[in-house]
Structures are given as structure tokens and as C-alpha cells.
Design a protein around this ligand. Structure first.
Ligand SMILES: NC(=O)c1ccc[n+]([C@@H]2O[C@H](COP(=O)([O-])OP(=O)(O)OC[C@H]3O[C@@H](n4cnc5c(N)ncnc54)[C@H](OP(=O)(O)O)[C@@H]3O)[C@@H](O)[C@H]2O)c1
Length: 284
């Protein structure tokens, strides 16, 4: 029941009504018997400054941030975590003692998902795509001391921008570009493949994978950050080749769990988030 003491957290975006975050967080509050509620706020880009001020006034505990506000919200924050600053995008804001502090838990979410299967230190990684999610994952992987990183992308220019950005802000040197249609040529040299493009996402899910899969074997871990469908064509072909596959629900759940802890100081169970997410996805 909502009481006079109920604490409020939420997610801001434009649009926002399809967000999976409210059911995940609310299910965890319920299971942990916490007096919290998590709501979706539709916020227009021009109102983002007012939103931060109002959230402080209302005593909001924390906000997740989604498209299109992840970068534009930064100037309105009081503090920003080091990795989020490097990434240049915030998906989590903690409000504490009048201070709004930004974090990025997308990259950590992806990394925790892979760490459920293998350690990252010393691994050769291929990321397909060079957009916002790719950037968050790339910076976080580097913190985990991977051996090399290759960015396969359609636009060389966009990949190069990301590579230059990483080289400028870190001491990581073993990073290179591969055209997306030639990505299969280096598959034998990598341990982990992560798709961050929307290729294969519902409703355009019946398409060829973003990269050729013939050279994927049982030595590979293949993650697709798409969570609808649960098994993309890339994951299906990789599984049939013997690879370990990870779908996008894992990243979504893990990023949410890290945000949950930032907002409440408590840990929620993976299962409490997963149960609510799968129920939503099954509703279609
Ligand atoms: N599971 C999760 O928690 C989670 C979190 C965040 C995002 N996502 C998903 O990740 C995906 C990407 O999100 P984002 O924010 O990174 O998007 P973004 O910034 O728009 O980047 C999209 C990337 O995909 C590439 N791309 C798009 N359409 C393509 C096509 N038809 N052929 C080849 N390449 C194409 C783009 O290549 P160019 O540079 O050549 O344009 C770019 O590298 C979305 O499907 C999103 O739903 C999942």
C-alpha cells in the first residue's frame, strides 16, 4: 500500500510508456517488503532542467534515464561518476542530501552478464555497433582489463569516433575497426562477441544476423543486447554452432539491479527482476 512514508523512484524518457523498468523495480520492492514505488515519467527534452530541480524538491530517491535524455541531462547534475563521465551518458541519477549524482549502469549490466560465464581479464572482444550502448560497454570492458577490442560497424566514421574517444580518455591501445560485413574474418581471433546494433529486434526479427556466423564455435561467448525476441537470429545460429549465448534480458536486469542498489542501498534478487520482465515480455 502507498503510505505517507512511501519513497519514490522512477524512470524518465520520451517516449516512456514501454519501459520495462517499473515492473522490475516494483516487483523487487514487493518481494523485499519495501515502502517504495517506481513510476515512469514522460519528460520532454526542454523540461529536463526543471525536472532535476523538481525531483530534489519532491524528495525523489532516484531516476533512471532513457532515450533521448542520457546525454542532455548531464549539465544539470551536481556530480557525475568517473565512468559515466567518460562514456558521456547517464542512465541513473541518485538524489541524496540535495545532490544529484549521475551514473551509467548500462556497461556494468552487460559486463556482469558476461561475468556469469567467464572472467573478462585477458579476453579478446568484438563489439558489433558503435552507438550509445556500444560506447557504455566498451569503456566498462576496458576497466576489466580485456586484452583487445575490435569495433565492427556499418559506418567507419562512427566507429572511428568511438575508437578515438577511447584512446583519448584511456591508456588502452589494442583497439581497432573492422567493417561489419567482414567481421567474420576476425571471429577466430576473439573470445567474446557482443551485438549492440538493433538488427534482429522485433518486429524486424526475421532477418540475417548483423555478422556472418559460420566461424562462431563452441569456444565463443556471444551476447546480443536485444531482449525482444529472447533469442535473436544471431543467438540462434551461434547456439547451433555450439557457442554459449546470452540474451539482452541479462543486461537489462543487471543494469536495473545496480540502479536499484544506488537508489535504495539494498540489493534486489536477479529473479525478482527477471520474473517481472519475462511476464511483461510474454504479454507482448
Ligand atoms: N539490453 C539492454 O539493457 C539494452 C540497453 C541499451 C540498448 N539496448 C538495445 O541496443 C540497441 C542499440 O541501442 P543504442 O542506444 O546503442 O543505439 P544507437 O546509438 O542508435 O546505435 C545503433 C548502432 O547500430 C548500428 N545500426 C543501426 N541500424 C543498422 C543497420 N540496419 N545495419 C547496420 N548497423 C546498424 C549503427 O551503425 P551506424 O554507426 O553505421 O549508424 C550504430 O552503430 C537497441 O536495439 C536497444 O534496444 C539494449
Amino acid at each position: 500500500m502507498i503510505t505517507g512514508k512511501t519513497k519514490v523512484a522512477g524512470v524518465i524518457g520520451h517516449p516512456i510508456e514501454h519501459s520495462m523498468s517499473p515492473p522490475m523495480h516494483n516487483n523487487a520492492y514487493k518481494q523485499l517488503n519495501m515502502d517504495y514505488v517506481y513510476v515512469a515519467f514522460h519528460v520532454l527534452p526542454e523540461d529536463i532542467g526543471e525536472l532535476i530541480k523538481s525531483s530534489k524538491v519532491l524528495g525523489i530517491q532516484g531516476l533512471n534515464v532513457t532515450i533521448p535524455h542520457k546525454t542532455t541531462v548531464i549539465p544539470y547534475l551536481d556530480e557525475i561518476d568517473e565512468t559515466a563521465e567518460k562514456i558521456g551518458a547517464v542512465n541513473t541519477i541518485q538524489f541524496k542530501d540535495g545532490i544529484a549524482k549521475g551514473y551509467n549502469t548500462d556497461g556494468i549490466g552487460a559486463i556482469k552478464s558476461i561475468q556469469q560465464y567467464t572472467a573478462l581479464k585477458g579476453k579478446d572482444v568484438l563489439i558489433v555497433g558503435a552507438g550509445g550502448a556500444s560506447k557504455a560497454i566498451a569503456f566498462t570492458l576496458i576497466n576489466e582489463k580485456i586484452k583487445s577490442l575490435t569495433i565492427a560497424n556499418r559506418s567507419k566514421e562512427n566507429a572511428q569516433k568511438l575508437i578515438d574517444n577511447i584512446k583519448k580518455q584511456t591508456t588502452f591501445e589494442k583497439i581497432g575497426y573492422q567493417p561489419i560485413n567482414e567481421a567474420d574474418e576476425i571471429i577466430g581471433d576473439v573470445d567474446i562477441i557482443i551485438n549492440t546494433t538493433p538488427i534482429g529486434m522485433y518486429p524486424k526479427h526475421e532477418v540475417e544476423p548483423p555478422i556472418k556466423t559460420d566461424k562462431i564455435t563452441d569456444k565463443h561467448i556471444v551476447m546480443d543486447i536485444i531482449y525482444n525476441p529472447l533469442e535473436t537470429e544471431l543467438l540462434k545460429q551461434s547456439r547451433l554452432n555450439g557457442a554459449t549465448t546470452i540474451n539482452g534480458t541479462s543486461m537489462l536486469i543487471n543494469q536495473g539491479l545496480v540502479s536499484f542498489e544506488i537508489f535504495t542501498g539494498r540489493k534486489a534478487s536477479y529473479e525478482s527482476f527477471e520474473e517481472a520482465l519475462l511476464e511483461q515480455l510474454n504479454k507482448g
